[in-house]
Design a protein. Structure first.
Length: 170
């Protein structure tokens, strides 16, 4: 079943009532649109991806893209783990999707970026050593697709004012 645009619109309307600053973020809009196009159960957590990326100084697209490579955006993972990221070889359990987003974001920061892995290729050597180059290329492809998502005109001016905290390139 495909998530309809109406569901995404309702989600963002409700998000705006609960957290106006986050809901207006064009990055969360891009993530939600991208995940809805992939029928992902993670679509409802677009704000969590952006919030945790900001909290840990990561590119907001990184964890979403990793989930695409590791679990087809949360559609193929070990049941009950909420682990869409291949964290701990995909078996490490989290209490919920938001818990997993927060924990893996923190882990990427502390165990990768803070230890010198500042590019996607450098991260891939640690995250997925046997197939690191193809893994990095796939993650980059998803990041580029997220970046290309078009959102409402009211969010376009914000594009120029946002500087990514960690630029990940191949």
């Amino acid at each position: 079943m495909r998530f309809s645009g109406l569901i995404v619109s309702i989600f963002f309307f409700l998000s705006q009532l609960a957290a106006p600053a986050l809901a207006m973020d064009f990055r969360a809009q891009k993530v939600a649109k991208f995940l809805s196009e992939h029928d992902s159960p993670l679509v409802y957590f677009a704000n969590d991806f952006v919030q945790q990326a900001d909290r840990y100084g990561l590119d907001y697209r990184l964890l979403v893209a990793i989930s695409g490579v590791e679990s087809t955006f949360g559609k193929q993972y070990v049941a009950g783990t909420f682990n869409a990221y291949g964290w701990g070889q995909g078996t490490f359990p989290f209490a919920s999707w938001p818990d997993g987003i927060a924990a893996v974001s923190q882990g990427l920061r502390q165990n990768y970026v803070d230890k010198g892995a500042k590019t996607l290729n450098q991260i891939s050597y640690i995250y997925c050593p046997p197939s690191n180059l193809s893994w990095a290329a796939k993650v980059q492809r998803f990041m580029d697709q997220i970046d290309a998502e078009q959102v409402g005109d009211s969010y376009v001016p914000a594009l120029a004012s946002v500087t990514p905290k960690l630029s990940l390139t191949l």
